[in-house]
Design a protein around this ligand. Structure first.
Ligand code: NAD
Ligand code: SST
Length: 368
């Protein structure tokens, strides 16, 4: 396929790039993942075509593949996975004035309708008509070329790599959760779960001034990673402990009563322990996704005026999270990336991400 792109009369895209196949990673409703070539995308007037240069793999992709869905969201027909991406614009839609060919961007994957009450009130992460990349029924970004609305593209600074651009999505999940709990300088917090999301929460909580920050996990290597990133106060959870024992250990590690627990595992055991660990009048901030229905010590929460707050994806996070990542406030966020594989090896990348023994944190798929 040969395609020439003219912008202001100047062709800026290497024609050899456009001859490369638009390889994509698909999942079907038979729990199979596979590579299949897509047509080059047409560019709607309000969109840009992006050459996707880096895409992170999220746990949700593993769920879509291994279990056929998350909660009510089921894979009923083949879709292209992926929602943590950054790349370079290679075509600009007729109505787009804010971007040019060659611009480097991070992709915000939740395309909200911009018309409903939630969108008008700014809570566009709750838009009932949101089209979220790589979540059924919407195709995602794990492909070489993708068209995406310009409103949901965010320019990368010259010194921000595509890999960091692709981390803005999970970092946004962390930022949104921390913004909803609003810890203050010196407020003691616990982050349960040291996966990419727990670590992203911890980075934002630290930037907000929370202290101490205690991080838990079941896996020692994840806590080692947390320590590498400067979070020295960790607790390796033993599943033989009951929820009261976990709460006691967390309180002991903090050296005081945690006033916010960011729950980033979705496990019922961890959520229950969080209910008991948090100080009276404190906040349980639920980020992790688990079973649709779980059992909670609800009256204990009630009698202790514990706020139960949830956080779902993000809204209006990209500009600020990009700024924070670029300015170094989060430290070296590339420490989250443990594996990088070329697009051609996307299936292998998912296998690594799904394999607990690989000791991966964030696996990224990259394309030159
Ligand atoms: N709310 C949102 O908008 C949002 C967005 C993205 C992801 N999520 C959810 O956040 C959670 C974390 O995502 P992730 O990508 O970091 O997942 P992950 O699976 O990589 O990490 C979860 C970590 O929790 C640990 N864990 C499990 N049970 C535990 C327990 N009882 N105590 C302590 N640690 C325990 C695991 O060992 C693992 O390291 C997932 O449930 C995911 O679905 C929510
Ligand atoms: O960060 C966004 C999350 O991964 C998604 O909401 C996912 O869990 C479902 O599509």
């Amino acid at each position: 396929m040969t395609k020439t792109i003219e912008t202001n009369g100047t062709s800026q895209v290497d024609p050899a790039l456009l001859q490369r196949p638009n390889l994509a990673l698909w999942v079907n409703n038979e729990k199979q993942i596979y590579m299949k070539e897509e047509a080059f995308p047409t560019c709607p007037p309000d969109s840009c075509v992006v050459h996707v240069k880096a895409t992170g793999i999220c746990g949700s992709e593993i769920h879509f593949w291994k279990t056929g869905g998350i909660g009510d969201v089921r894979v009923t027909h083949p879709i292209i996975l992926g929602h943590e991406s950054a790349g370079q614009i290679i075509e600009v839609g007729a109505n787009v004035t804010s971007f040019s060919v060659g611009d480097r961007v991070s992709i915000e994957p939740g395309v909200a309708c911009w018309e409903c009450g939630m969108c008008v009130r700014g809570r566009y992460n709750l838009c009932p008509d949101v089209k979220f990349s790589g979540t059924p029924p919407t195709d995602g970004t794990m492909r070489r070329f993708v068209a995406h609305p310009a409103r949901f593209l965010h320019r990368l600074g010259d010194d921000v790599s595509y890999e960091v651009g692709a981390l803005i999505e999970p970092l946004s999940v962390g930022y949104n959760a921390v913004r909803r709990a609003a810890p203050y300088l010196g407020q003691p917090v616990v982050v349960a779960g040291a996966g990419p999301i727990g670590l992203a929460v911890a980075l934002s909580a630290r930037a907000a001034g929370a202290n101490p920050i205690v991080i838990t996990d079941l896996e020692a290597h994840r806590l080692e990673q947390a320590k590498e990133m400067g979070f020295k106060n960790t607790v390796l959870i033993d599943m033989a402990w009951d929820r009261n024992e976990v709460a006691t250990k967390l309180r002991a590690a903090a050296g005081c009563l945690p006033q916010i627990v960011f729950e980033c595992t979705g496990s019922e055991a961890s959520i229950n322990a969080a209910c008991y660990a948090v100080e009276d009048g404190g906040t349980l901030l639920q980020v992790g996704c688990g079973k649709p229905e779980i059992s909670l010590p609800f009256m204990s929460l009630g009698f202790r005026e514990v706020n139960v707050v949830t956080s779902f994806r993000y809204q209006q996070t990209w500009p600020v999270v990009l700024r924070l990542a670029q300015s170094g406030v989060f430290g070296d966020v590339t420490q989250l990336i443990t594996h990088k594989l070329p697009l051609e090896k996307a299936v292998e990348a998912l296998e690594i991400s799904a394999d607990r023994t690989s000791r991966s944190i964030k696996v990224q798929i990259v394309d030159e």
